[in-house]
Ligand binder design. Structure first.
Ligand code: ATP
Length: 331
């Protein structure tokens, strides 16, 4: 379908959009902030940056700042998020969301882009569904005028799934997952060289909460000997099978074993399988020199991959174009 970029350029005139990053940080969040800001300015809207996630929205004041094109210069390559992220208890309460609504409507912001994980987007959806009630309450409390409430009847939300876990249904890749995989692979490759020298077994624990995506892909890409993920708890007796497999690999000449374990790994009875339990098992049954490496926050750190940088930039263009097309198709 042909896109009229001149029309796109004018489509946000007179509107205001704000962007925040929330929950655990992920590489690519800065690219998201940049893309929202630049696309917002391109379409003629006012763009606000909200600092410290939902906490900034609840607190208002200096936490909500008008942005210009230069505000997001030179950040696409940075990990983390320059506008900060937080877990905010206040936003889970109606009182907190009332304050958030007040700070948005004060500035005429009726478009909110939230880059975060499952919790952040659940919060955004609740906020959107309560919006008109919240405005009515602000009118009753005399904090805003009735005409202001009439002017800003809808809150449009765009959720960008920023999470290294790749755990959001309906989304092929979440923002940050590809960069986290790169980081994991660097560590596994580094560990493989030292494991080989000393004929060691390494048990590597990767993040992902209840999702095994990072573990599965890193195991495939590294040729690991064994893998634990929450989605496929091993059958009872897995200890025997795993040790047999590791032993077989060594007897055929391999000088190392790599076991990848997702942080949310469980057995058939829902009991967590810990990396230390796996390590002790290998030591006791096979007598191999075995080490545990919990990758932790290294996976969230560092620069975003080219894929994550481009993913968010394309997403923003797609969302804007889709809105334009929907408008055009409406009778
Ligand atoms: P990650 O996947 O990295 O943990 P997340 O977005 O899932 O990111 P959470 O800590 O679950 O991280 O949520 C971030 C914030 O979103 C919370 O601190 C809270 O302010 C808001 N939030 C989460 N759940 C809700 C909810 N049910 N109602 C309102 N706000 C919520």
């Amino acid at each position: 379908m042909h896109v009229d970029f001149e029309k796109l350029r004018m489509s946000g005139a007179g509107k205001a959009i704000a962007v925040l990053t929330s929950g655990g940080d992920a590489q690519g969040m800065n690219a998201a902030v940049r893309a929202v800001t630049r696309m917002g300015i391109y379409v003629g809207a006012k763009v606000y940056l909200i600092y410290e996630g939902y906490q900034g929205l609840v607190d208002g004041g200096d936490h909500i700042k008008l942005a210009n094109w230069q505000s997001v210069t030179n950040i696409i390559q940075l990990g983390g998020t320059i506008i900060g992220s937080a877990r905010c208890k206040a936003f889970t309460t109606r009182e907190g969301r009332l304050s958030a609504a007040f700070h948005l409507v004060q500035r005429g912001i009726t478009n909110l882009c939230v880059c975060g994980g499952d919790g952040s987007l659940t919060g955004a959806n609740i906020f959107r569904s309560e919006w008109s009630d919240l405005l009515s309450e602000l009118v009753r409390q005399g904090r805003i005028t009735d005409s202001l409430a009439q002017q800003y009847t809808h809150l449009n939300i765009v959720g960008l799934v920023g999470s290294i876990d790749n755990d959001f249904c309906g989304t092929d890749m979440t923002i940050g997952a590809d960069s986290a995989l790169h980081r994991i692979m660097e560590v596994i490759d580094a560990i493989t060289t030292t494991a080989q020298s000393h004929q060691r077994t390494f048990v590597l624990e990767v993040m992902g909460r209840h999702c095994g995506y990072l573990a599965v892909v890193s195991a495939l890409a590294s040729g690991a000997d064994w893998l634990f993920i929450p989605e496929a708890p091993p059958e009872d007796g897995w200890e025997d099978h795993m040790c047999a497999r590791l032993g077989e690999s060594r007897s055929k000449g391999s000088r190392l074993n790599i076991v990848i374990i997702a942080e949310g790994a469980i057995d058939k009875h829902g009991q967590p399988i810990s990396s230390n339990y796996v390590k002790d098992l290998v030591v006791q049954r096979l007598g191999y020199d075995t080490r545990v490496t919990v990758l932790g926050h290294v996976q969230r750190g560092g620069t975003p991959s080219a894929f994550d940088r481009v993913l968010v930039s394309i997403m923003l263009l797609c969302i804007r174009v889709a809105r334009l097309i929907v408008k055009r198709l409406r009778p």
